[in-house]
Design a protein around this ligand. Sequence first.
Ligand code: 13P
Ligand code: SF4
Length: 306
Amino acid sequence: MRSTKDLQEEILHWKKENDVCILAHAYQSQNILEIADVTGDSYALSVQAAKAPQKTILMCGVRFMAETAKLLSPEKKVLLSHDGAGCPMAEQITPEELESLKKTYPGYAVVAYINTTARLKAHCDVCVTSSSAVSIIRRMENDRILFLPDCNLGAWVRSQVPEKTFAFVSGGCPVHQTLRAEDVRSARGAHPHAPVLVHPECPPEVAAMADFVGSTTEIMDFAAKDCAASFIIGTENSIVEHLQFLCPEKRFYPLSKDCVCHDMRLTTLQDVLDCVKGEGGTEIVLEPEVAAGAKRCIDAMLKLGG
Ligand code: 13P
Ligand code: SF4
């Protein structure tokens, strides 16, 4: 039987041999993060995808992340680590539905969460990620924002940018949506000295009760730097494990045992090995008009995001 270490060594060998850059989202398993060239939140991965010098990019994450990498590095081969890894939120609004919404909200700038398909992005003005949404929307000239599809992230941004007018459509992350105010009360009861750190995809009542709201990387940075001895983590539960590796002297507790994204958990080390050997993964191919429109939207994010 091969050990995790054997598999990781084989991956490192083939990755070098075949000139592959591995990008891994922070929700991937620890053993995948260990062999990745770049790890981080959606924004960090987008920025690094544009800079990677290798011929092939392997995205260990979900499909919209691989599409974003392809948009930023169109000349490269971009692979998604597991064909079944989609983000359910990315499929919640179709371009046709958006075109009809634009008629209901004339004069509004259309801001898409990066967790959307390239087809939808091609119909939007600018993309945002959870870590860049507030600063980008503050910098936008338009004071009226049609924000989609995540109403929870939208409500969080509105609370930080009260000077602008927002319109939302119903949508959101089915994983973070499950977190409840009752989870915060019960976790605080069990760990009264632990700050509560949550992702802005959580419902507004959960974000309002938290000590810190931020992207996956921002949550990890906060927990690493803060002097508290323990923390309650309100995002995908892989972050609890990663933080425990990163800060062994501290303790981390999940806000709920059910905060698990099954799509993010699909990729295994064997999938990664198949991809770097050139024997697996799904190559991302985008229609030229979709790619041109979606790239404009991502470029606007990178420009306004600084
Ligand atoms: P981040 O932007 O924090 O990486 O979030 C991506 C995501 O899918 C959260 O559920
Ligand atoms: Fe999509 Fe939610 Fe999974 Fe993030 S956690 S990839 S938003 S389903």
